[in-house]
Design a protein around this ligand. Structure first.
Ligand code: CA
Length: 226
């Protein structure tokens, strides 16, 4: 279910949009000023944001400008007046689309669908096959093989190996692995990383008599193998 963040200080409009979007099956959160909106955009990680232009604390333009440093979240800007310079500025600052109030809800819903679809299309990762010597990892097929022989890995083992191979020759910390492979939920419990490194060594290094995953003392691990 797509998440939509509504940043709008006019409560009646915010409430109306919230109900309409929930009715369409979206998960919705609202923010009544620009600063809260920016914070929620970064922490809740919505799939799309509806952003009013005239907001207290931080203007819609400013929210857009700051957000664009960190996120390619689709933004539909709402402008109270049909002011061309505001629209142009909003689009310059990275808004994907805009609507002038008052608007027909059906039109907004249509634009939301377009925004979400475009974003999903651009977010689809281009999967490159990773290789190191006889080891091959194909992200598109979720397949790992050694010299043509399939190696059966669990999803998490696969994700971990993929991350290590993508950072071939670089020492990666346990914290980075936890954050990027496991996500924030596991933050703090780095034992899980060591456990999974052991699983990988057991499935790759040991059976094939090689050393692909190296322990970097006081840091973490490094994948290095040609
Ligand atoms: Ca406003």
């Amino acid at each position: 279910m797509a998440r939509i963040l509504i940043v709008e200080d006019e409560r009646k409009i915010a409430r109306f949009l919230e109900l309409e979007l929930q009715h369409e099956g979206y998960e919705v959160q609202t923010a009544g000023d620009g600063r809260t909106g920016l914070d929620k955009a970064l922490s809740w990680k919505p799939d799309l944001m509806i952003l009013d232009l005239m907001l207290p604390e931080l203007s819609g333009i400013e929210v857009c400008r700051r957000l664009r440093h960190e996120s390619d979240l689709p933004i539909i800007m709402l402008t109270a007046k049909d002011d061309v310079s505001d629209k142009v500025m909003g689009l310059d600052m990275g808004a994907d689309d805009y609507m002038t109030k008052p608007f027909a809800i059906e039109e907004l819903l249509a634009r939301i669908r377009v925004g979400l679809k475009k974003h999903r299309a651009s977010a689809t990762p281009v999967s490159h096959v990773l290789t190191a010597g006889k080891l091959t990892l194909d992200p598109a097929r979720y397949a790992v093989s050694w010299d043509g022989t399939p190696v059966a890995l669990t999803k998490k083992e696969f994700d971990l190996l993929k991350y290590l191979m993508e950072h071939k020759g670089q020492a990666v910390t346990r914290d980075a692995l936890l954050t990027d492979v496991w996500g924030y939920d596991y933050a703090g419990d780095t034992n899980v990383v060591d456990v999974y490194i052991r699983y990988l060594r057991h499935k790759i290094d040991e059976p094939f008599g090689v050393k692909t995953i190296h322990t970097i003392r006081a840091v973490g691990y490094m994948f290095s193998y040609e």
